[in-house]
Design a protein around this ligand. Structure first.
Ligand SMILES: [Zn+2]
Ligand SMILES: [Zn+2]
Length: 118
């Protein structure tokens, strides 16, 4: 892995963070000041293609990146765009039961207005 890719991955992997590509670029610059925007974007695409990170599409703001490939839900604030992870116990197994077979993955986005924005 190149040091550029490692820096991008380090930023995306921060616990509880769902950065946009632009935010990842800003944070990666703090680790590698010479890193370019194109390099960050190329590495994000490569990491997504290799299923190391996941891209979350947010229709009214820029896409975010998530380091966790384990299926989980997202609470999405429609005002500030903040994204929080959540996990419902037994949700995955309940889905498998309904489908009557093993579920590969799911995407669950809940829209709300966070406490800060209320
Ligand atoms: Zn908010
Ligand atoms: Zn997440």
């Amino acid at each position: 892995m190149t040091k550029q890719r490692a820096a991008v991955l380090e930023v995306v992997s921060r616990k509880g963070c769902h950065y946009s590509a632009e935010e990842i670029f800003e944070e990666a610059k703090k680790i590698l000041p010479e890193i370019s925007r194109a390099t960050v974007y190329n590495n994000l695409h490569a990491l997504e293609r290799d299923r190391v990170i996941r891209r979350i599409t947010a229709e009214d703001s820029s896409d975010r990146y998530d380091s966790s490939y384990v299926p989980h839900g997202h609470l999405y604030c429609t005002v500030c765009g903040d994204i929080k992870d959540f996990d419902i116990p037994n949700f995955h197994s309940s889905l498998s039961e309904i489908a009557d077979t093993e579920i590969d993955s799911y995407e669950l986005k809940v829209r709300y207005i966070c406490k800060k924005c209320k």
